[in-house]
Design a protein around this ligand. Structure first.
Ligand code: FES
Ligand code: FES
Length: 194
């Protein structure tokens, strides 16, 4: 039987992170009944309205991961230093570990799970990361991809230097930086054609 290499397994994992996901449910994980400080919070995540009962101190990252079970956005530092938790809110990249869920109400949130098309086709940025082998462990990759999409749509991907500057908030401990730059350049061409 053919053995899958580590690289093939990682590539498959990245693709699976964005396709074949269970549809988002309209239900919400309720806060414990014993939590007297819980408030109702309505979040629009990847085009779906989700209602949650949350402690008002819960961040968008924890709401996504712990309450909506959208674990694509990663918790690296939980203090705004690594970029692993990057999501788009109203099209702008945001560190979800520093953003309170109550403050994100009424604003569309896009996560890595919502980036692929309804038919399962990968976003050009996801495909470019695979094509350019732009990850090793993959932990930073969802944040890198969300930030990279914004980098292109902001018009900050005109040169390698531009890309490095405007992606500098996303750290990669595997140092895949040269390939991340190559992926963003590839995706930029695709995104401009679309
Ligand atoms: S987990 Fe948010 S910046 Fe590191
Ligand atoms: S691919 Fe490992 S941290 Fe970036």
């Amino acid at each position: 039987m053919t053995q899958m290499t580590r690289r093939e397994a990682l590539t498959a994992g990245i693709a699976m992170a964005t396709v074949g996901l269970e549809p988002l449910r309209a239900d919400a994980a309720p806060a414990p009944k014993s939590d007297p400080s819980a408030v109702r919070v309505r979040l629009e995540v990847n085009g779906e309205l989700r209602e949650l009962s949350l402690d008002p101190r819960v961040t968008v990252l924890d709401a996504l991961r712990d309450h909506l079970h959208l674990t694509g956005s990663k918790k690296g530092c939980d203090q705004g230093q690594c970029g692993a938790c990057t999501v788009l809110i109203e099209g702008q990249r945001v560190l979800s570990c520093l953003t309170l869920a109550v403050a994100a109400q009424g604003k569309p949130i896009e996560t890595i799970e919502g980036l692929s098309r309804a038919d399962g086709a990968l976003h050009p940025m996801q495909q470019a990361f695979i094509d350019q082998d732009a990850f090793q462990c993959g932990y930073c990759t969802p944040g890198q991809i969300m930030s990279a999409v914004a980098c292109v749509t902001e018009g900050h991907a005109h040169s390698d230097g531009d890309i490095r500057e405007y992606m500098s908030g996303n750290l990669c401990r595997c140092a895949a930086y040269p390939k991340i730059v190559a992926a963003i350049k590839q995706a930029k061409l695709e995104m401009e054609r679309a």
